[in-house]
Design a protein around this ligand. Structure first.
Ligand code: FAD
Ligand code: FAD
Ligand code: FAD
Length: 326
């Protein structure tokens, strides 16, 4: 059932088997499996997630490589609802471990917000990450290219950059190191720091040895049309010619709501999980970009399958067997 501020009161007494935080690629896969195991689950999705900005899913078996993320989100949301999952548009603010259950506090509505609390036996953390983009005064100018010819994922889109003139936009010296991986796909790399970090002499020398120019002035604007990049203008008036780019500026991990949970094992901002996507907490699972591993749709979808199946096993094994009784 689709929940909203109007009808969510009907579910405040429910103890869900699982609450899935984030209705992206991993979360919706988990919801489809949970629902088909006959488990009660609620997906809570804030909107504007990473997979929504994915304009083409390039490398998923059986799907047209121009399939946009938003089509998959719409389709999988509908499918999970059809199999019996609940779905709510809202922002998960906090998860509290009550022992047998979790209390999941949600902000519903960006204006005149209400803060209902839902309960579940398991939590599936599928809230992903979002890439930092260069901040310009006119963000629409960035959004015109980000996700189209200005990429954020080399595994996803490196192939589409093959032998093109590319900018690498990096905000730390560590991120500049991506140039020496990107050169598998193209050697025509200009490195832009957008004025965000200083670059050591050793790195300057290494870039020079490879023939990769370094520009340290901030970006003024992107040039091009119809989402196709043609160059980048810097604040000092330089124009760097490029038909494609990679933003390597790190990301925000959507994991704040888990910070109050004791005993969760982290590796940096990523959650550490076992081979069924269970975290170090027995009733919290983590999927996709939020956990350690490759940030790919195929992985997130498989993670959803594994987590849902382990939750089903746990609940089934603790339940009385059904007997054929008249
Ligand atoms: P997501 O799909 O991002 O889902 C997480 C969801 O959680 C989001 O919808 C978000 O809104 C929601 N959320 C976050 N915090 C909260 C909260 N507190 N409360 C409620 N909801 C919350 N991968 C590929 O395999 N192939 C590609 O070609 C490819 N191209 C890409 C192109 C672009 C431009 C981008 C940005 C990504 C691309 N990716 C690609 C990566 C892919 O999108 C991710 O790896 C994948 O979506 C991860 O799935 P996920 O379920 O972990 O996260
Ligand atoms: P969020 O982190 O989603 O939300 C901020 C706060 O709002 C939260 O802390 C919460 O309190 C509240 N909130 C959020 N959702 C809800 C809810 N459902 N109910 C109640 N409260 C809520 N953005 C664009 O706008 N246009 C683009 O074209 C665009 N293109 C992008 C392309 C790429 C490749 C990438 C990586 C990102 C793109 N973005 C785009 C995303 C942009 O960078 C922001 O991450 C995104 O817009 C975040 O939305 P937000 O400000 O609502 O922040
Ligand atoms: P396959 O997809 O079987 O690929 C292996 C290939 O190797 C085969 O095409 C075979 O011909 C070939 N091959 C084998 N030996 C050799 C050889 N020596 N030389 C050359 N080629 C060889 N899964 C789901 O997730 N959801 C479902 O709803 C679902 N429904 C199913 C319904 C049916 C009727 C069946 C039979 C399976 C279903 N499955 C379902 C399971 C799913 O099909 C498998 O899990 C999946 O195909 C496994 O992928 P795979 O690549 O390991 O093997």
């Amino acid at each position: 059932m689709k929940l909203s501020s109007k009808n969510l009161n009907e579910r405040l007494e429910t103890v869900y088997d699982a609450i899935v935080v984030g209705g992206g690629m991993g979360g919706l896969s988990a919801a489809i499996y949970l629902a088909r195991y006959g488990l009660k689950c609620l997906v809570i999705e804030k909107g504007k997630g990473r997979s929504l900005w994915m304009q083409d899913l390039r490398n998923y078996v059986g799907l047209d490589p121009h399939t946009p993320g938003r089509d998959i989100l719409n389709h999988a949301t509908k499918t999970s609802l059809d199999w019996g999952a609940d779905h709510l548009r809202g922002y998960v603010e906090e998860v509290t471990d009550e022992g047998e259950t979790f209390a999941v506090k949600v902000k519903v509505g960006k204006k005149d917000s209400i803060y209902p609390i839902f309960r579940s036996k398991y939590v599936v953390a599928a809230s992903g990450i979002i890439d930092h983009l260069p901040q310009l005064e006119d963000m629409q100018n960035v959004y015109d290219y980000a996700g189209y010819t200005l990429h954020v994922c080399m595994i996803c889109d490196g192939f589409d950059m093959w032998d093109q003139k590319a900018v690498l936009i990096a905000n730390t010296e560590g991120q500049i190191g991506a140039a020496f991986v990107l050169n598998w796909f193209t050697p025509y790399i200009s490195v832009l720091t957008h004025g965000l970090c200083s670059v050591s002499d050793a790195m300057k020398q290494k870039l020079a040895d490879h023939g990769y120019p370094l520009y340290e002035a901030p970006i003024a604007k992107f040039h091009g049309e119809n989402h196709k990049l043609s160059g980048v203008e810097l604040t000092d008036g330089t124009i760097v010619e490029a038909t494609t780019g990679l933003v390597g500026m790190g990301s925000i991990y959507h994991n704040q709501y888990l910070k109050g949970i004791e005993g969760l094992e982290w590796d940096g901002q990523s959650l550490v999980t076992n081979d069924m996507c269970k975290t170090s907490h027995d009733r919290i699972f983590a999927l996709g970009d939020l956990k350690k591993g490759l940030n790919q749709v195929s992985i997130a979808v498989a993670d959803g399958t594994l987590a849902a199946t382990q939750i089903w096993r746990n609940i089934r094994r603790a339940s009385e067997p059904r007997k054929w009784e008249e």
